[in-house]
Design a protein around this ligand. Structure first.
Ligand code: NI
Length: 259
């Protein structure tokens, strides 16, 4: 069985885990080879919830921030509270998840999203923390913001081309890959998986979403990263355990974890 799995992007605060969160985080994940998880907030309320979970479970770390799909809900002062939490809470390791989502028509206007994203990129620089970036159908503006602010961080569930991956890694940005690489129609993600410099690759679930084949459409959890690792290792012609070990070290470097 594969060991030493670091899930760099999850949402264990989601209500999909209300029934068995305790059992997952104390039993199922550790027994499935998972050693570390970053749980990502999407607004102020989830930031508090994610921190609670990180305090309760050793293996869980917190990313706090405002997701682009929540941009319209932002109230004055929310980011100040998030900034305070990021500054004082030791288990808060990143600003996330933040970014741009131009996929859904009913999301906030692009200018509103870019403004919120920019303020959080500036915040990450002030605090010296990495960012976890959500980029859906917004590659051009995302890269423009990264060029402008030069944060450290990761493009989660990377959906760009090999060319964009090269541009991002040149800026020092990590590439997060998950369940999508196992999907039948995943030509672009598989190309990126084959070409990404190994020192910039991290693994993730986005649980409860994005479960890999053969669990596609079901609730995801961090143990399923084994399937993602096997697929990427196969594409690269290497041992899955070796890949997981390297990605674990990459994740620790990305989130400035010393132990
Ligand atoms: Ni997510």
């Amino acid at each position: 069985m594969l060991q030493n799995i670091f899930d760099t992007h999850s949402h264990y605060d989601d209500e999909a885990f209300d029934e068995d969160r305790e059992e997952l985080l104390t039993k199922v994940l550790p027994e499935g080879g998972v050693v570390r998880v970053v749980d990502c907030a999407v607004d102020l309320l989830t930031s508090v919830k994610v921190l609670d979970i990180a305090h309760e479970y050793d293996m869980v770390y917190a990313a706090l921030g405002y997701h682009p799909e929540q941009a319209a809900d932002e109230r004055k002062g929310d980011l100040d509270v998030i900034a305070e939490l990021l500054e004082k809470e030791e288990k808060a390791v990143a600003v996330g998840e933040i970014g741009l989502d131009y996929h859904w028509e009913d999301n906030a206007p692009r200018e509103t999203q870019v403004d919120l994203f920019s303020r959080q990129l500036a915040l990450s620089k002030d605090l010296g923390l990495p960012v976890i970036i959500h980029d859906r159908d917004a590659h051009g503006d995302t890269m423009e913001c990264l060029q402008k602010y030069r944060p450290s961080g990761v493009l989660h569930c990377f959906s760009g081309s090999v060319e964009m991956m090269r541009e991002a890694t040149k800026l020092g940005i990590y590439i997060g890959l998950g369940g999508v690489v196992t999907f039948k129609n995943a030509r672009k993600a598989v190309e990126v998986a084959a070409e990404v410099p190994l020192e910039y690759l991290v693994l993730e679930t986005d649980a409860p979403y994005m479960a890999p084949t053969p669990f596609r459409g079901k609730r995801n959890n961090s143990t399923y990263i084994a399937y993602v690792a096997e697929k990427i290792a196969e594409v690269r012609g290497m041992e899955p355990q070796k890949l997981i070990d390297i990605c674990n070290e990459n994740g620790k470097r990305l989130f400035q974890m010393t132990d």
